[in-house]
Design a protein. Structure first.
Length: 233
């Protein structure tokens, strides 16, 4: 998991164990060639794009409300050390903008986070995707403070129209932020289009896990559609 999971981790920990931005107008899609990191205009366009694409509760459906915490802007990266312990850090060099938003389903208690990252070039976006897959292969069990995950593994990625690259990770959260035992399956889909990476991570109770993969795939497709629509503005 090399995504902005600090927000998702915090939200799951709060729900199981104890900044707000209403968005903006769409912008042009991610840069097709390298952008100078000191190009403030490019950073502003990238931020407007990320804000426009990251999903709000109403984008998930009528049963959803804002998570607490709701938004991270700029979103940090969740990284995993060699001993498989997680930590959050500032977004990597080459990141123009990163925004994450979390939601909760009032009926099933599904917890979901969408994350949008606009990079200065395709190579940095590809590196982000590669690092995520490497972590999944390397650490089948992971820990973030008292939160724990088990059976972390790569899964078959869905076919999402419009995305050049898609990866999927699955696993189970086995302990919450207090260390109490949990049994929460999750799915993490990450997709890349050019120099933009979009992702969705969704946790569900075991009783409602049957539709977890399909519902999270629908969210990823919606992220792609919003990204495509933003490119046409």
């Amino acid at each position: 998991m090399v995504v902005a999971l600090g927000l998702a981790v915090a939200l799951v920990a709060l729900l199981q164990g104890g900044g707000d931005d209403d968005g903006g107008s769409a912008a042009s899609t991610s840069p097709s060639s390298s952008v100078a990191l000191d190009d403030e205009a490019a950073r502003a366009r990238a931020h407007t794009l990320a804000v426009a694409v990251a999903l709000r509760p109403e984008d998930w459906g009528p049963a959803y409300k804002r998570g607490d915490p709701y938004e991270q802007d700029p979103a940090s990266e969740y990284e995993v050390s060699k001993d498989c312990k997680g930590f959050t850090q500032a977004a990597r060099s080459g990141t123009l903008a990163a925004v994450a938003r979390s939601v909760v389903n009032n009926q099933t208690q599904l917890v979901g986070t969408t994350d949008v990252r606009v990079f200065a070039d395709v190579a940095t976006a590809e590196s982000f995707m590669d690092d995520s897959q490497e972590t999944t292969r390397r650490c089948p069990t992971q820990q973030f403070d008292k939160v724990r995950w088990a059976d972390v593994r790569q899964a078959t990625a869905p076919d999402v129209a419009g995305l050049e690259q898609v990866t999927t990770e699955e696993g189970t959260q086995t302990a919450d932020g207090t260390g109490a035992k949990t049994d929460l399956p999750y799915v993490l889909h990450t997709g890349r289009q050019g120099a933009t990476v979009v992702s969705v991570i969704a946790y569900e109770t075991r009783a409602n896990a049957a539709t977890l993969t399909s519902s999270s795939t629908e969210v990823l497709q919606k992220l792609q559609q919003r990204l495509e629509a933003a490119s046409q503005q």
